[in-house]
Design a protein around this ligand. Structure first.
Ligand code: TRP
Length: 441
Protein backbone atom coordinates (compact mmCIF):
# COMPACT_ATOMS: atom_id res chain seq x y z
CA UNK A 1 0.00 0.00 0.00
CA UNK A 2 1.22 3.41 -0.83
CA UNK A 3 1.50 6.10 1.76
CA UNK A 4 0.25 9.53 0.90
CA UNK A 5 0.75 11.08 4.29
CA UNK A 6 3.95 12.75 5.24
CA UNK A 7 4.73 10.84 8.33
CA UNK A 8 7.28 13.19 9.86
CA UNK A 9 7.75 16.85 10.61
CA UNK A 10 9.52 19.50 8.59
CA UNK A 11 12.64 21.45 9.53
CA UNK A 12 11.86 24.77 11.12
CA UNK A 13 13.71 27.62 9.48
CA UNK A 14 15.31 28.01 6.09
CA UNK A 15 18.81 27.12 7.19
CA UNK A 16 18.04 24.05 9.20
CA UNK A 17 18.26 21.65 6.28
CA UNK A 18 21.62 23.05 5.23
CA UNK A 19 22.86 22.90 8.81
CA UNK A 20 21.62 19.38 9.35
CA UNK A 21 22.94 18.06 6.04
CA UNK A 22 26.26 19.78 6.64
CA UNK A 23 26.26 18.33 10.14
CA UNK A 24 25.78 14.92 8.60
CA UNK A 25 28.49 15.42 6.04
CA UNK A 26 31.05 17.00 8.34
CA UNK A 27 32.32 14.39 10.74
CA UNK A 28 35.17 12.05 11.55
CA UNK A 29 35.56 11.68 7.81
CA UNK A 30 36.57 15.33 7.45
CA UNK A 31 38.58 16.02 10.55
CA UNK A 32 40.14 12.63 11.27
CA UNK A 33 39.96 10.90 7.88
CA UNK A 34 40.70 13.62 5.34
CA UNK A 35 43.97 14.87 6.86
CA UNK A 36 45.41 11.41 7.38
CA UNK A 37 44.43 10.23 3.90
CA UNK A 38 45.80 13.42 2.35
CA UNK A 39 48.92 12.67 4.39
CA UNK A 40 49.41 9.07 3.33
CA UNK A 41 48.37 9.70 -0.28
CA UNK A 42 50.90 12.45 -0.74
CA UNK A 43 49.03 15.74 -0.29
CA UNK A 44 48.13 18.08 -3.13
CA UNK A 45 47.54 15.54 -5.88
CA UNK A 46 45.14 13.62 -3.66
CA UNK A 47 43.33 16.81 -2.71
CA UNK A 48 42.85 17.69 -6.36
CA UNK A 49 41.43 14.28 -7.28
CA UNK A 50 39.23 14.42 -4.20
CA UNK A 51 37.79 17.76 -5.31
CA UNK A 52 37.05 16.32 -8.75
CA UNK A 53 35.21 13.37 -7.18
CA UNK A 54 33.13 15.73 -5.07
CA UNK A 55 32.09 17.88 -8.02
CA UNK A 56 31.71 15.26 -10.76
CA UNK A 57 30.14 12.44 -8.77
CA UNK A 58 29.31 13.54 -5.24
CA UNK A 59 27.20 16.61 -5.95
CA UNK A 60 25.04 15.01 -8.67
CA UNK A 61 24.22 12.11 -6.33
CA UNK A 62 23.59 14.43 -3.40
CA UNK A 63 21.09 16.39 -5.49
CA UNK A 64 19.39 13.11 -6.43
CA UNK A 65 19.10 11.95 -2.83
CA UNK A 66 17.61 15.22 -1.66
CA UNK A 67 15.20 15.20 -4.58
CA UNK A 68 13.90 11.69 -3.98
CA UNK A 69 13.64 12.29 -0.24
CA UNK A 70 11.83 15.58 -0.47
CA UNK A 71 9.46 14.42 -3.17
CA UNK A 72 8.09 11.66 -0.98
CA UNK A 73 8.70 12.94 2.50
CA UNK A 74 9.31 9.45 3.84
CA UNK A 75 12.17 7.30 5.05
CA UNK A 76 14.56 6.22 2.27
CA UNK A 77 12.88 2.82 1.89
CA UNK A 78 9.43 4.28 1.32
CA UNK A 79 10.73 7.26 -0.64
CA UNK A 80 12.41 4.94 -3.10
CA UNK A 81 9.33 2.74 -3.25
CA UNK A 82 7.02 5.68 -3.86
CA UNK A 83 9.22 7.18 -6.56
CA UNK A 84 9.47 3.78 -8.26
CA UNK A 85 5.71 3.19 -8.17
CA UNK A 86 4.99 6.70 -9.44
CA UNK A 87 7.41 6.06 -12.29
CA UNK A 88 5.71 2.74 -13.14
CA UNK A 89 8.79 0.68 -12.45
CA UNK A 90 9.28 -2.17 -10.00
CA UNK A 91 8.84 -1.33 -6.33
CA UNK A 92 11.90 -3.52 -5.74
CA UNK A 93 13.85 -0.25 -6.00
CA UNK A 94 13.03 0.11 -2.33
CA UNK A 95 15.87 -2.39 -1.91
CA UNK A 96 18.19 0.58 -2.22
CA UNK A 97 16.73 1.86 1.03
CA UNK A 98 17.25 -1.52 2.68
CA UNK A 99 20.87 -1.65 1.58
CA UNK A 100 21.27 1.84 2.99
CA UNK A 101 19.77 1.11 6.37
CA UNK A 102 21.84 -2.05 6.75
CA UNK A 103 24.98 -0.17 5.73
CA UNK A 104 24.11 2.55 8.22
CA UNK A 105 23.82 0.10 11.11
CA UNK A 106 27.22 -1.36 10.25
CA UNK A 107 28.85 2.05 9.77
CA UNK A 108 27.47 3.42 13.02
CA UNK A 109 28.70 0.37 14.94
CA UNK A 110 32.36 1.31 14.44
CA UNK A 111 31.84 5.05 13.94
CA UNK A 112 30.62 5.14 17.52
CA UNK A 113 33.71 3.34 18.84
CA UNK A 114 36.07 5.76 17.05
CA UNK A 115 33.99 8.73 18.20
CA UNK A 116 34.26 7.24 21.70
CA UNK A 117 38.05 7.36 21.41
CA UNK A 118 37.70 11.06 20.52
CA UNK A 119 35.63 11.63 23.65
CA UNK A 120 38.27 9.84 25.70
CA UNK A 121 40.99 12.02 24.19
CA UNK A 122 39.30 15.20 25.41
CA UNK A 123 40.41 14.05 28.85
CA UNK A 124 43.69 12.47 27.80
CA UNK A 125 44.92 15.65 26.13
CA UNK A 126 43.72 17.80 29.01
CA UNK A 127 45.70 15.95 31.64
CA UNK A 128 48.41 13.76 30.18
CA UNK A 129 51.91 14.75 29.11
CA UNK A 130 52.96 11.18 28.37
CA UNK A 131 55.55 11.49 25.62
CA UNK A 132 55.04 7.97 24.40
CA UNK A 133 51.83 8.90 22.61
CA UNK A 134 51.92 5.82 20.38
CA UNK A 135 52.12 3.57 23.43
CA UNK A 136 49.37 5.58 25.08
CA UNK A 137 47.11 5.20 22.05
CA UNK A 138 47.76 1.46 21.87
CA UNK A 139 47.03 1.01 25.53
CA UNK A 140 43.72 2.82 25.13
CA UNK A 141 42.58 0.83 22.09
CA UNK A 142 43.72 -2.35 23.80
CA UNK A 143 41.48 -1.67 26.74
CA UNK A 144 38.03 -2.93 25.70
CA UNK A 145 36.56 -1.76 28.99
CA UNK A 146 37.59 1.80 28.26
CA UNK A 147 36.38 1.63 24.65
CA UNK A 148 33.06 0.10 25.70
CA UNK A 149 32.46 2.86 28.21
CA UNK A 150 32.91 5.64 25.63
CA UNK A 151 31.17 3.69 22.87
CA UNK A 152 28.18 3.33 25.18
CA UNK A 153 28.16 7.03 26.03
CA UNK A 154 28.41 8.09 22.40
CA UNK A 155 25.74 5.67 21.20
CA UNK A 156 23.50 6.82 24.06
CA UNK A 157 23.85 10.47 23.07
CA UNK A 158 23.07 9.64 19.44
CA UNK A 159 20.00 7.63 20.42
CA UNK A 160 18.77 10.35 22.72
CA UNK A 161 18.94 13.09 20.08
CA UNK A 162 17.34 11.00 17.34
CA UNK A 163 14.54 9.77 19.56
CA UNK A 164 13.64 13.38 20.35
CA UNK A 165 12.71 13.75 16.68
CA UNK A 166 13.38 16.04 13.79
CA UNK A 167 12.42 19.41 15.24
CA UNK A 168 13.20 19.01 18.91
CA UNK A 169 16.17 16.70 18.59
CA UNK A 170 18.13 16.93 15.38
CA UNK A 171 17.01 20.39 14.27
CA UNK A 172 17.73 21.98 17.61
CA UNK A 173 21.03 20.20 18.16
CA UNK A 174 22.54 21.10 14.80
CA UNK A 175 21.77 24.77 15.43
CA UNK A 176 23.99 24.55 18.49
CA UNK A 177 26.58 22.03 17.30
CA UNK A 178 27.37 23.48 13.88
CA UNK A 179 28.22 27.07 14.88
CA UNK A 180 30.26 25.65 17.74
CA UNK A 181 32.15 23.47 15.33
CA UNK A 182 32.77 26.41 12.98
CA UNK A 183 34.20 28.55 15.77
CA UNK A 184 36.43 25.79 17.15
CA UNK A 185 37.77 25.07 13.70
CA UNK A 186 38.52 28.70 12.92
CA UNK A 187 40.30 28.92 16.24
CA UNK A 188 42.45 25.89 15.39
CA UNK A 189 43.38 27.25 11.95
CA UNK A 190 44.28 30.66 13.39
CA UNK A 191 46.39 28.89 15.98
CA UNK A 192 48.17 27.05 13.16
CA UNK A 193 48.76 30.30 11.26
CA UNK A 194 50.27 31.99 14.30
CA UNK A 195 52.19 29.15 15.89
CA UNK A 196 52.58 26.41 13.32
CA UNK A 197 54.39 25.77 10.08
CA UNK A 198 51.52 27.17 8.05
CA UNK A 199 53.38 27.73 4.78
CA UNK A 200 54.59 24.16 4.69
CA UNK A 201 51.08 22.95 5.33
CA UNK A 202 49.74 25.09 2.49
CA UNK A 203 52.20 23.79 -0.03
CA UNK A 204 51.70 20.22 1.16
CA UNK A 205 47.95 20.44 0.62
CA UNK A 206 47.83 22.56 -2.52
CA UNK A 207 50.98 21.86 -4.52
CA UNK A 208 50.15 18.67 -6.34
CA UNK A 209 53.01 16.26 -6.80
CA UNK A 210 51.67 14.09 -9.60
CA UNK A 211 54.38 11.50 -9.21
CA UNK A 212 52.61 10.43 -6.04
CA UNK A 213 49.42 9.41 -7.85
CA UNK A 214 48.72 5.72 -8.13
CA UNK A 215 45.52 3.88 -9.02
CA UNK A 216 44.98 3.64 -5.29
CA UNK A 217 44.81 7.41 -5.01
CA UNK A 218 41.63 7.40 -7.08
CA UNK A 219 40.06 4.67 -4.98
CA UNK A 220 40.86 6.38 -1.72
CA UNK A 221 39.77 9.80 -3.00
CA UNK A 222 36.45 8.55 -4.32
CA UNK A 223 35.72 6.50 -1.20
CA UNK A 224 36.56 9.49 0.94
CA UNK A 225 34.33 11.80 -1.13
CA UNK A 226 31.42 9.38 -0.80
CA UNK A 227 31.87 8.87 2.90
CA UNK A 228 32.43 12.52 3.59
CA UNK A 229 29.28 13.64 1.76
CA UNK A 230 27.26 10.92 3.56
CA UNK A 231 26.06 9.55 0.24
CA UNK A 232 24.57 6.27 -0.82
CA UNK A 233 22.97 5.08 2.40
CA UNK A 234 20.01 7.38 2.87
CA UNK A 235 21.27 9.93 5.41
CA UNK A 236 20.81 12.78 2.98
CA UNK A 237 17.62 11.28 1.54
CA UNK A 238 16.13 11.01 5.01
CA UNK A 239 17.02 14.61 5.80
CA UNK A 240 15.69 15.72 2.41
CA UNK A 241 12.31 14.34 3.45
CA UNK A 242 12.07 17.10 6.05
CA UNK A 243 13.02 19.90 3.67
CA UNK A 244 10.30 22.38 2.81
CA UNK A 245 9.11 22.61 -0.77
CA UNK A 246 10.11 26.22 -1.33
CA UNK A 247 13.82 25.53 -1.04
CA UNK A 248 16.03 25.12 -4.05
CA UNK A 249 17.50 21.62 -4.21
CA UNK A 250 20.35 22.36 -6.59
CA UNK A 251 21.77 25.35 -4.78
CA UNK A 252 21.34 23.61 -1.43
CA UNK A 253 23.37 20.63 -2.65
CA UNK A 254 26.12 22.96 -3.73
CA UNK A 255 26.11 24.72 -0.35
CA UNK A 256 26.38 21.46 1.57
CA UNK A 257 29.11 20.12 -0.71
CA UNK A 258 31.05 23.36 -0.47
CA UNK A 259 30.79 23.53 3.32
CA UNK A 260 31.85 19.92 3.68
CA UNK A 261 34.89 20.50 1.48
CA UNK A 262 35.73 23.72 3.26
CA UNK A 263 35.74 21.93 6.61
CA UNK A 264 37.93 19.10 5.31
CA UNK A 265 40.47 21.60 3.96
CA UNK A 266 40.32 23.64 7.16
CA UNK A 267 40.89 20.47 9.17
CA UNK A 268 44.00 19.92 7.08
CA UNK A 269 45.05 23.51 7.74
CA UNK A 270 44.49 22.96 11.45
CA UNK A 271 46.35 19.65 11.69
CA UNK A 272 49.36 19.96 9.36
CA UNK A 273 50.85 23.26 10.61
CA UNK A 274 51.05 21.70 14.07
CA UNK A 275 52.48 18.45 12.73
CA UNK A 276 55.08 20.20 10.55
CA UNK A 277 56.12 22.52 13.36
CA UNK A 278 57.39 19.63 15.46
CA UNK A 279 60.56 17.92 14.36
CA UNK A 280 60.25 14.30 13.51
CA UNK A 281 56.49 14.21 12.96
CA UNK A 282 55.44 12.85 9.60
CA UNK A 283 52.40 13.87 7.57
CA UNK A 284 51.96 10.23 6.65
CA UNK A 285 51.03 9.11 10.15
CA UNK A 286 47.99 7.14 9.00
CA UNK A 287 44.82 6.62 11.07
CA UNK A 288 46.74 7.46 14.23
CA UNK A 289 47.60 10.92 12.88
CA UNK A 290 45.36 12.89 15.20
CA UNK A 291 45.63 10.53 18.17
CA UNK A 292 49.39 9.98 18.05
CA UNK A 293 51.15 12.67 15.99
CA UNK A 294 48.83 15.50 16.91
CA UNK A 295 48.76 14.44 20.53
CA UNK A 296 52.58 14.50 20.52
CA UNK A 297 52.35 18.05 19.24
CA UNK A 298 49.85 18.98 21.96
CA UNK A 299 52.26 17.55 24.52
CA UNK A 300 55.19 19.60 23.34
CA UNK A 301 53.54 22.93 22.64
CA UNK A 302 52.54 25.75 24.94
CA UNK A 303 48.96 25.49 26.16
CA UNK A 304 48.71 22.02 24.64
CA UNK A 305 46.56 20.94 27.55
CA UNK A 306 43.98 23.50 26.44
CA UNK A 307 44.30 23.39 22.65
CA UNK A 308 44.25 19.59 22.69
CA UNK A 309 40.89 19.23 24.43
CA UNK A 310 39.43 21.95 22.19
CA UNK A 311 40.45 19.93 19.16
CA UNK A 312 38.97 16.71 20.48
CA UNK A 313 35.75 18.42 21.50
CA UNK A 314 35.56 19.66 17.93
CA UNK A 315 36.04 16.15 16.64
CA UNK A 316 33.40 14.73 18.97
CA UNK A 317 30.85 17.39 18.09
CA UNK A 318 31.38 16.76 14.39
CA UNK A 319 31.01 13.02 14.99
CA UNK A 320 27.76 13.46 16.89
CA UNK A 321 26.06 15.57 14.23
CA UNK A 322 27.01 12.84 11.74
CA UNK A 323 26.05 9.83 13.82
CA UNK A 324 22.50 11.12 14.25
CA UNK A 325 22.16 11.18 10.47
CA UNK A 326 23.41 7.62 10.20
CA UNK A 327 20.77 6.46 12.68
CA UNK A 328 17.91 8.51 11.25
CA UNK A 329 16.97 6.51 8.11
CA UNK A 330 16.30 3.28 9.99
CA UNK A 331 14.48 5.00 12.82
CA UNK A 332 12.34 6.99 10.38
CA UNK A 333 11.39 3.76 8.62
CA UNK A 334 10.38 1.81 11.73
CA UNK A 335 8.49 4.78 13.10
CA UNK A 336 6.58 5.54 9.90
CA UNK A 337 5.56 1.93 9.40
CA UNK A 338 3.74 2.40 12.66
CA UNK A 339 4.95 -0.71 14.47
CA UNK A 340 6.90 1.21 17.04
CA UNK A 341 7.11 4.70 18.45
CA UNK A 342 10.02 6.85 17.38
CA UNK A 343 11.69 6.42 20.75
CA UNK A 344 11.37 2.64 20.71
CA UNK A 345 12.65 2.54 17.13
CA UNK A 346 15.67 4.61 18.12
CA UNK A 347 16.37 2.36 21.09
CA UNK A 348 16.16 -0.87 19.08
CA UNK A 349 18.39 0.26 16.24
CA UNK A 350 20.88 1.88 18.61
CA UNK A 351 21.16 -1.31 20.63
CA UNK A 352 21.82 -3.22 17.40
CA UNK A 353 24.62 -0.81 16.47
CA UNK A 354 25.96 -0.95 19.98
CA UNK A 355 26.05 -4.75 19.97
CA UNK A 356 27.89 -4.95 16.65
CA UNK A 357 30.24 -2.25 17.94
CA UNK A 358 31.39 -4.62 20.68
CA UNK A 359 33.28 -6.50 17.98
CA UNK A 360 35.22 -3.34 17.13
CA UNK A 361 35.80 -2.43 20.77
CA UNK A 362 37.35 -5.85 21.43
CA UNK A 363 38.99 -6.14 18.05
CA UNK A 364 42.20 -4.11 18.31
CA UNK A 365 45.46 -6.07 18.35
CA UNK A 366 48.80 -5.12 19.90
CA UNK A 367 49.70 -3.01 16.87
CA UNK A 368 46.43 -1.13 16.77
CA UNK A 369 45.08 -3.03 13.78
CA UNK A 370 41.49 -4.15 13.93
CA UNK A 371 40.51 -7.07 11.76
CA UNK A 372 36.84 -6.99 12.77
CA UNK A 373 36.44 -3.27 12.21
CA UNK A 374 38.31 -3.41 8.91
CA UNK A 375 35.90 -6.01 7.59
CA UNK A 376 32.78 -4.24 8.79
CA UNK A 377 34.12 -1.11 7.13
CA UNK A 378 34.94 -2.98 3.94
CA UNK A 379 31.42 -4.36 3.61
CA UNK A 380 29.60 -1.16 4.56
CA UNK A 381 31.75 1.73 3.39
CA UNK A 382 33.62 0.18 0.48
CA UNK A 383 30.89 -2.02 -0.93
CA UNK A 384 27.35 -1.22 0.25
CA UNK A 385 27.71 2.55 0.25
CA UNK A 386 29.00 2.92 -3.32
CA UNK A 387 26.53 0.26 -4.44
CA UNK A 388 23.71 2.33 -2.95
CA UNK A 389 25.04 5.49 -4.59
CA UNK A 390 25.37 3.81 -7.94
CA UNK A 391 21.83 2.42 -7.78
CA UNK A 392 20.42 5.81 -6.82
CA UNK A 393 22.18 7.35 -9.83
CA UNK A 394 20.92 4.62 -12.14
CA UNK A 395 17.40 4.90 -10.78
CA UNK A 396 17.09 8.64 -11.15
CA UNK A 397 19.02 8.73 -14.42
CA UNK A 398 17.33 5.88 -16.24
CA UNK A 399 14.15 4.80 -14.45
CA UNK A 400 12.48 7.68 -12.68
CA UNK A 401 10.00 9.67 -14.79
CA UNK A 402 11.59 12.90 -15.89
CA UNK A 403 8.34 14.80 -15.37
CA UNK A 404 8.46 13.91 -11.65
CA UNK A 405 12.04 15.08 -11.43
CA UNK A 406 11.28 18.36 -13.16
CA UNK A 407 8.27 18.99 -10.93
CA UNK A 408 10.43 18.62 -7.88
CA UNK A 409 13.29 20.75 -9.14
CA UNK A 410 11.04 23.69 -9.97
CA UNK A 411 12.45 26.29 -12.30
CA UNK A 412 16.03 25.15 -12.43
CA UNK A 413 18.42 26.63 -14.97
CA UNK A 414 18.19 24.45 -18.08
CA UNK A 415 21.93 24.29 -18.66
CA UNK A 416 22.54 23.12 -15.10
CA UNK A 417 19.76 20.58 -15.47
CA UNK A 418 21.26 19.13 -18.64
CA UNK A 419 24.71 18.92 -17.11
CA UNK A 420 23.31 17.17 -14.08
CA UNK A 421 21.44 14.70 -16.29
CA UNK A 422 24.61 13.75 -18.13
CA UNK A 423 26.55 13.34 -14.91
CA UNK A 424 23.90 11.29 -13.18
CA UNK A 425 23.22 9.06 -16.20
CA UNK A 426 26.79 8.34 -17.23
CA UNK A 427 29.60 9.80 -15.16
CA UNK A 428 28.37 8.86 -11.69
CA UNK A 429 27.30 5.25 -12.33
CA UNK A 430 30.40 4.48 -14.39
CA UNK A 431 32.78 6.22 -12.00
CA UNK A 432 31.32 4.57 -8.92
CA UNK A 433 31.00 1.26 -10.76
CA UNK A 434 34.70 1.21 -11.57
CA UNK A 435 35.59 1.93 -7.96
CA UNK A 436 33.19 -0.70 -6.72
CA UNK A 437 34.58 -3.36 -9.01
CA UNK A 438 38.17 -2.54 -8.06
CA UNK A 439 37.21 -2.80 -4.37
CA UNK A 440 35.84 -6.25 -4.98
CA UNK A 441 38.92 -7.60 -6.73
N1 TRP B 1 29.92 12.02 6.45
C1 TRP B 1 30.23 11.69 7.79
C2 TRP B 1 31.72 11.91 8.04
O1 TRP B 1 32.38 12.46 7.22
C3 TRP B 1 29.80 10.31 8.21
C4 TRP B 1 28.47 9.93 7.71
C5 TRP B 1 27.26 10.45 8.07
C6 TRP B 1 28.20 8.95 6.75
N2 TRP B 1 26.26 9.86 7.38
C7 TRP B 1 26.81 8.94 6.57
C8 TRP B 1 29.01 8.11 6.04
C9 TRP B 1 26.23 8.09 5.63
C10 TRP B 1 28.45 7.25 5.13
C11 TRP B 1 27.07 7.26 4.92
O2 TRP B 1 32.23 11.53 9.05
Amino acid sequence: MQKTLKSHGTWIGKWTFVLAATGSAVGLGNIWGFPYKAGTEGGGAFVLIYLLCIVLIGLPIMLSEILIGRRSGNSPINSMKKSAIDSDVSSAWQGVGWIGISAGILILSFYSVIAGICLKYIFVSASSNDLDTAGQFLSIVNSPKELMLWHTIFMGLTMFIVSAGVKKGIGRMVKILMPMLGLLLIFMVVYGIINGAFKEALSFLFKPDFTKITSDTFLVAMGQAFFSLSLGMGSIMAYGAYMSKDQNIASTSVSVGALDTLVAIMAGLAVFPIIFAIQGLEASGGPGLVFISLQTAFNTMDFGNIIGPIFFILLSVAALSSSISILEPGVAYLAEEGYLSRTKSAIIISITCWLIGIGTAFGFDQDGNNFFQANVELISVNIMQPLGGMLIAIFIGWFMKESLIKDELGDINQAIYQIWRIFIKFVAPIGVGIVLISQLF
